[in-house]
Design a protein around this ligand. Structure first.
Ligand code: HEM
Length: 161
């Protein structure tokens, strides 16, 4: 039996949640005056960002698995193609900022303004990718299996009198 809806919809929420949290935590680490709070938020943001970047590769893998053997109409095909292009750009941007932050700076240091600009650009790309993923499902019905809810005009949990 094929698992519906597959792993992709479950996995994608990890990079989305982690990277968005990282963008807020690192943004706060830049503007807060208190040194120890800023350092703590910077560390939290760094870990969230690196784990989120790792999660993106699982999102890519499960996304690829979701399209294997998929047969859809032209409009749905175009929606998936847009989603995939967006996912590739997002993966490059998020990986770049995660390596930059994780390998080239101390985790508890305040991020630079330019780094935050890049991080928010990567986060925006991720949100666009997620939105386009949602369009796949909720506009084109990709990955959705419709089960019959009525039996002979009667809800299945209400037996015939
Ligand atoms: C950065 C990586 C990615 C993110 C963040 C992402 C995000 C999402 C989201 C949020 C959904 C909607 C899930 C729902 O509401 O049920 C979705 C659906 C979908 N995505 Fe992605 N995606 C990514 C990469 C990919 C890739 C690389 C592919 C294909 C090669 C792909 C193919 C699909 C398909 C076919 C759906 C429809 C639902 C399904 O069959 O699982 N995604 N994606």
């Amino acid at each position: 039996m094929t698992m519906v809806p597959g792993w992709h919809p479950a996995i994608v929420h990890f990079p989305l949640g982690l990277v968005v949290t990282a963008a807020f935590a690192l943004g706060a680490a830049r503007v807060l005056r208190n040194e120890s709070t800023a350092g703590m938020l910077a560390t939290v943001g760094t870990w969230n960002l690196c784990l989120g970047a790792l999660g993106i590769f699982f999102a890519l893998g499960t996304g690829l698995a979701a399209v294997i053997g998929l047969h859809v109409d032209a409009a749905a095909h175009q929606a998936i193609a847009l989603h995939v292009k967006s996912a590739v750009v997002t993966t490059l941007l998020v990986t770049l900022v995660a390596v930059w932050r994780g390998a080239a700076t101390a985790p508890n240091s305040r991020p630079s303004g330019f780094f935050l600009l890049m991080l928010w650009a990567a986060t925006a790309a991720l949100l666009v990718t997620g939105y386009r993923g949602g369009q796949n499902v909720y506009r084109h019905g990709i990955g959705v299996a419709v089960e019959p809810r009525m039996t002979e005009g009667r809800p299945p949990d209400r037996p015939a009198p």
